[in-house]
Design a protein around this ligand. Structure first.
Ligand code: GRF
Length: 208
């Protein structure tokens, strides 16, 4: 059984997709041990509580330094004995020491087709604003392993989503979530939990 920690910052629709997929059997062999939020007001915390999942709130600015916050984050995650960490709409910068402790065990969902619209200027709605500004006809989402770069880790799954004529960043964000994110993230977790993901020379191989 793969025990996972899910890190969130906001509404938690991706968390909900994971919870629902475990309940329906789309994700097997997996248990959410804890949901951790850097935002005390994140609705994701309510979703976790409703599902009977333990929650932790760690707010960086309440610590005396970033290092102190990072140490507490690592300690908290380790205390739950998890085998993987899922970043589900998590806006925290993940510290290198955490990444080094969980090599190829941290998964992120990004709302674009990486390598388009990723890196430090592109998070949340900014991704979709960029897509519309550039006049792209297609966008999508990417699930990838987290390495020490920003959105640079090995790509696990991607799915394209069409841009429509009257899209706003908000409408596009919603369609990317509905058509890609809520499907890809649970699918990637299921593959990982069932030993189907292998990273070879920096590329992900998926076992049939
Ligand atoms: C999603 O687009 C996610 O990719 C992004 O934040 C959005 C909201 O996610 N980083 P959620 O509803 O909190 O899961």
């Amino acid at each position: 059984m793969l025990k996972i920690a899910v890190l969130v910052s906001g509404g938690g629709t991706n968390l909900q997709a994971i919870i629902d997929s475990i309940a329906s059997g789309k994700i097997t062999n997996t248990e959410i041990s804890v949901v951790i939020s850097n935002n005390p007001n994140a609705y994701a915390l309510e979703r976790a509580k409703k599902a009977g999942i333990a929650t932790e709130i760690l707010v960086p600015k309440t610590f005396e330094s970033r290092d102190a916050f990072n140490a507490k984050l690592l300690e908290t995650i380790q205390s739950y004995n998890v085998g993987a960490i899922i970043l589900a709409g998590c806006l925290l910068t993940i510290p290198d020491m955490l990444i080094q402790c969980y090599p190829e065990k941290i998964i992120n969902i990004h709302p674009s087709l990486i390598p388009a619209f990723c890196g430090k200027n592109y998070y949340g709605l900014k991704v979709h604003e960029g897509v519309l500004r550039r006049g792209c006809k297609v966008t999508g989402a990417t699930v990838h392993f987290v390495d020490c770069g920003l959105d640079t880790g090995p790509i696990i799954l991607q799915k394209a989503v069409m841009v429509e004529k009257d899209d706003t960043p908000e409408k596009l964000q919603r369609r990317v979530m509905e058509q890609a994110e809520w499907e890809l993230l649970p699918a990637a977790i299921n593959l990982m939990a069932n030993g189907k993901l292998k990273v070879v020379n920096g590329y992900v191989q998926i076992e049939e």
